[in-house]
Design a protein around this ligand. Structure first.
Ligand code: LMR
Length: 414
């Protein structure tokens, strides 16, 4: 359905009023496909869907050395996570202070008003680097030429739903959005899936977007890495910046493997600093893996601010070089990985980047017997998830064995 044109006009007028303001934001309402006659009528009524601001008066010394504008699509754009993330993106603290940005925001019919509110708040925040905001409900339109797609939007799990139901429900969303990325986004679009179950959702999007390199799809496990660093810092009494090589392996579920074996504190093996293997195995690992659920119990909803921070960290990890010897965690395609994890899964590995948006899986992590067993369990779970969504990824013969299985969904909902 098309956006309510009256609301679009309202936004446009607001945008027009701020032509002379410091922030040269362009608010562009992207309408979902409509019949040609209706489209012509809409264009006649409102002239344009894209307003070009007069940036002539801009201080050239400010913009002269800026890079080419990066286009970032965000789904679930009126939700809690996006409400933190969008302002970090627009401020330049994620992509850099010389990186102008265009935000392309996807919402649902239900959230259209809220989406307009988000666009208005962005506009009012006067971020010089924010060059354009577009909003819409059609992923084919909103993903147009996107260099990055941050896929936050997903339905939360409802009462009585099993993990298999959640996989089905959100899987369908990611199938549609994967196809839209395939058709509309930049051919080198980097895709970061946040909506849960994020590994398998990323797999579904990837399998439905064959025009985009498989390597470009990520599932967010940086949140788990940050949680793990925090716990090691608290236990050791050192500041979190001294924790390095903090890998998360596997699925963003309770089978995830926070790797204390390879972690370092102040350059020393974390196990030498903490000297308490029982704590590492029996307290640290479950505490990190169950943190999302513990937060839901406190808040009554999932983590939002820390998730947004970890999305920002995940992006920064790809656009800035990794410090020598360090790593970051991200869920990526397991094809060709050096640890013998089954191919064709979106699996979290320790990775490093040259800062060019690309990454490689670190190949020098020690996988001891304990770690191997835990990694295998998470791998098996991801394979089962994949089989549950086989019909969404064109895979023959999968059958879902997760019904009635132990619940490993991160959140503590229902
Ligand atoms: C978390 O780890 O906090 C989230 O993934 C929980 C959720 O499902 O929203």
């Amino acid at each position: 359905m098309a956006l309510n044109m009256k609301q679009n006009a309202g936004l446009s007028r607001k945008a027009a009023r701020s032509v002379s303001s410091r922030a040269p934001v362009v608010v562009r309402a992207v309408a979902a496909p409509v019949a040609p006659a209706a489209e012509a009528e809409a264009k006649k009524a409102y002239g344009v869907f894209r307003l070009s601001y007069d940036t002539q008066n801009e201080d050239a010394s400010l913009t002269r050395n800026w890079k080419k504008t990066v286009k970032v699509a965000v789904t679930g754009a009126s939700g809690n996570i996006a409400n933190h993330l969008l302002f970090m993106l627009a401020s330049g603290e994620v992509y850099g202070k010389d990186q102008p940005i265009e935000l392309q925001l996807l919402g649902s019919e239900r959230s259209k008003e809220a989406l307009e509110g988000v666009a208005m708040e962005l506009e009012d925040s006067l971020y010089p680097l924010l060059r354009e905001v577009s909003i819409g409900t059609d992923p084919y339109e909103v993903f147009g030429d996107a260099d990055w797609a941050l896929m936050i939007g997903a339905k939360p799990r409802g009462p009585g739903m099993e993990r298999a139901d959640l996989l089905q429900q959100n899987g369908e969303i990611f199938q549609v959005q994967g196809r839209a990325l395939n058709e509309s986004a930049s051919r080198n679009c980097k895709v970061l899936v946040v909506g849960n179950p994020c590994n398998t959702n990323a797999l579904i999007a990837m399998e439905n977007a064959p025009n985009i390199p498989r390597k470009n799809f990520h599932a967010l496990t940086r949140l788990d890495e940050n949680r793990a660093k925090c716990q090691l810092a608290l236990k050791s009494g050192k500041f979190y910046t001294s924790v390095s090589r903090m890998a998360i392996w596997g699925n963003h579920s309770t089978t995830q493997v926070p790797d204390f074996v390879n972690a370092r504190i102040g350059g020393l093996p974390a196990t030498d600093v903490i000297r308490d293997m029982k704590w590492c195995r029996e307290e640290f690992v479950p505490k990190v893996a169950l943190r999302g659920g513990a937060l839901i119990k406190k808040w009554g909803r999932s983590s939002a601010a820390s998730t947004a921070v970890s999305v920002a960290d995940a992006i920064r990890s790809l656009v800035t070089p990794t410090a020598p010897g360090d790593c970051f965690s991200t869920g990526v395609i397991s094809d060709g990985n050096p640890y013998g994890v089954r191919e064709g899964l979106i699996f979290s590995f320790p990775c490093r980047s040259k800062g060019d948006g690309d990454y490689e899986i670190c190949d020098n992590f020690i996988v001891d017997e304990w770690l191997r067993g835990k990694i295998r369990a998470s791998e098996d779970e991801l394979q089962k998830e994949k089989e549950c969504v086989s019909h969404l990824i064109g895979m023959m013969g999968g059958s879902c064995s997760l019904r009635g299985a132990e619940d490993t969904t991160v959140p503590g909902e229902n």
